[in-house]
Design a protein around this ligand. Structure first.
Ligand code: ADP
Ligand code: MG
Length: 265
């Protein structure tokens, strides 16, 4: 059964979408079957995967409000070798429409159940807020990956996110956990970086990924060509970092497989 990870942080501009697209591509490069779910009306993950958000018959909006099934909606990112459940501005309406629908917090979870067995990893790119879309993302996943910059205010925002995750875990999704914290736009020369890293490490222990994503201009350039960085500049520091992150996630995941499950295969 595939693992579902939500990439979430209510702060904008911390690297959620960059991480979603490049982690999806890096996992796919190791021959994992990957689905990237764009849960942000901005549709940046869709465009960054080389799929035109404004040229779709169906998007995640149609799936969430029950107009079509997921398997009618998936698009192949040919540059990234993974599938995408695309989003565009229509998704803003879903947030409102879902409020009066049955099981409004579980609509994404229910939709993904039908395709989950086809994938090793499903990555959900969440919007920069703690709204009903994000609730759907957190209810649909097994774990949350939190990208963050090592700056003072990042820690403040983190406690609001951790509280939300705890609430959703106790009310809606008992399996939910923080899968990992990812340091993005990492600059070891900045003195605050070391302080914040030490605090994160003492608070989150081994849930802090050892891999850090450096600030790298290739990561910022690649989306304008509709390419994951792996396809744009494979040897760049940003590309190598996301490949390392995929390796760290796969190793953690495979180390966590219960013995009974291993012997059964
Ligand atoms: N490691 C990085 N190095 C350089 N630029 C980055 C990096 N990560 C993200 N960016 C750029 O920062 C901006 C915000 O990143 P994005 O992934 O869209 O954040 P979010 O999805 O959290 O809003 C984008 O312009 C992106 O290209
Ligand atoms: Mg984003």
């Amino acid at each position: 059964m595939g693992k579902i990870y939500a990439i979430a942080n209510q702060k904008g501009g911390v690297g959620k979408t960059t991480t979603s697209v490049n982690l999806a591509a890096s996992l796919a490069a190791t021959r994992k079957k990957v689905l990237l779910v764009d849960l942000d009306p901005q549709g940046n993950a869709t465009m960054g995967s080389g799929i035109d958000k404004n040229d779709q018959e169906f998007t995640i909006y149609d799936v969430l409000v029950g107009l079509t099934r997921v398997d009618n909606t998936l698009q192949l990112s040919s540059a990234g070798h993974f599938y995408v459940l695309p989003a565009n501005g229509d998704l803003t309406a879903a947030e409102v429409e879902m409020l009066t629908m049955d099981s409004k917090e579980y609509r994404l979870s229910k939709a993904l159940a039908s395709v989950r067995s086809q994938f090793d990893y499903i990555i959900i790119d969440c919007p920069p807020s703690l709204n009903m879309l994000t609730v759907n993302g957190l209810t649909a996943c097994d774990g949350v990956i939190i990208p963050m910059q090592c700056e003072y205010y990042a820690l403040e925002g983190l406690s609001a996110l951790v509280n939300t995750i705890n609430t959703i875990q106790s009310v809606l999704n008992p399996n939910l956990k923080i899968e990992g914290l990812l340091r993005t736009m990492y600059d070891p020369r900045n003195s605050l970086t070391g302080d914040v890293s030490a605090q994160l490490s003492s608070h989150f222990g081994d849930r802090l990924y050892r891999t850090c994503i450096p600030r790298n201009v290739r990561l910022a350039e690649a989306p304008s060509f509709g390419l994951p960085v792996l396809a744009y500049d494979k040897q760049s520091k940003g590309s190598l970092a996301y490949i390392a992150l995929a390796g760290e996630i796969i190793r953690r995941n495979e180390a966590a497989v219960p013995v009974a499950e291993v012997t059964a295969n």
